[in-house]
Design a protein around this ligand. Sequence first.
Ligand code: GLN
Length: 547
Amino acid sequence: MARYVFITGGVVSSLGKGLASAALGSLLQARGFSVRLRKLDPYLNVDPGTMSPFEHGEVFVTDDGAETDLDLGHYERFTGVPARMTDSVSSGRVYSTVLEKERRGDYLGKTIQVVPHVTNEIKEFLHVGEDEVDFMLCEIGGTVGDIEGLPFFEAIRQFSHDKPRGECIFMHLTLLPYLAASGELKTKPTQHSVKELQSIGIAPDILVCRSEHPIPDKEREKIALFCNVRKDAVVAAYDLKSIYEAPLAYHEQGLDQAVLDAFNISPAPKPDLRIWNDVSDRIHHTDGEVNVAIVGKYTQLEDAYKSFKEALTHGGMANRVKVNVSWVDAEVFDSEDAAPHLEGYHAILVPGGFGERGTEGKIKAAEFARTRKIPYFGICLGMQMAVIEAARNVAGISTAGSEEFDHEAGGKRFEPVVYHLKEWVQGNAKVKRKTGDDKGGTMRLGSYDATLTEGSKVAEIYGTTSIEERHRHRYEVDTKYRAQLEEGGMIFSGMSPDGKLPEIVEWTDHPWFIGVQFHPELKSKPFAPHPLFADFVRAAVEASRLV
Ligand code: GLN
């Protein structure tokens, strides 16, 4: 039966709860335990799938096709444990389940209330898979005191009360602000935040205190005394050069030891930190750097492209180079020459995206990369843009475009080389969609197999001809144009196993030009960089030597 660690936050948001949870997960693994990480989000959206990336950052897709919070990406990148649909829940999901049950009459005429019906539903979610791992780490989104978070806090309080003593602990993240005028770290906000937590019946076992300055012993003692935690359970979290230093930094500060102590696990198994030592070595000892442009639409908010940036960092680690990422807004050169905006980069990545805005600029970026022989990595929408560019400028289909843009604008302006996919095969089942379907959860989502062409560049990079990758899209490249495109030199080197859906395209007479319909960035880890990202960065290094 799993032991539970509940992770909450106070004082301010964005303290790095997700990162602390992920780092703790990796440290428990290093001590030989199995872990699963979970996120409970208080917002009322059923999942983040329909939220704008500006609102919520990237949507992280799991193998089993859930659209989840980007923190699940952190969890996977640090622990390597593939997240599942059941690892992410929002108030919206909980309420919609409760209301469905109410309509079905499952509650036998009772009055439906937040306590116990909503809290029971949350507790049920927490129990899923509890006999599979040693530790379940559950992060509560938001900050203690938020109105919408209350049912979750009540649910975890009850959950720990229901469980035998010693099977659940609470870890709370806070901030110690520094007052430059008096040269002091202030502990009062932490005390208030813990008080708030205690007022709803939760007494933290561990406090993780974010601080820009070293925490003096005296302050640590004060926090321990007034917040009623042991002194060695007051763990400092300092700013880091790279998020991948977090496991080692938290270990040095004693976080994993404090957790094991709180559970009375003694003697504590010794940690094997070789993986993280190697990762740290690769961050600190690089040989050269490359400049990569991410040409997208949501460039003002880095979180919108979180996994792309991380996967590029991993690619850099694989090659021991530093990857400098520049965010280039494609819309800027929608109607002007792209060259001045793209010259000087060693490689170009066009990530996923939705809607027409900025697509002409992305098509120009694909053309620029193709004709200048600059490494190009097109992911999902980025592959579709590369195909449209090839269709227009090489295969002579001058009005080539995507049905997505016609749907959006109404009317028919484009020859649809990228069309709306309405029927496909998932495992042994057929999936069907209509144009007017709901926006939420109706895409081709989750892990699908692909078969690669023997001798192609991608088969060489993967070192195999059968792969599994995660998807999140509605539109698909039409095989109707395959012969024309392949004649021009763009080959379809990866297909769905039934041969119907193009998964990968590549230009044969180019040093590195690959478009993929799936999202390889979601599966990359610092200790296991995704092969496509590792090779893309290698190609960028080569390109940098030619300049
Ligand atoms: N908008 C495109 C589609 O739905 C691409 C989606 C994406 O890049 N994730 O097919």
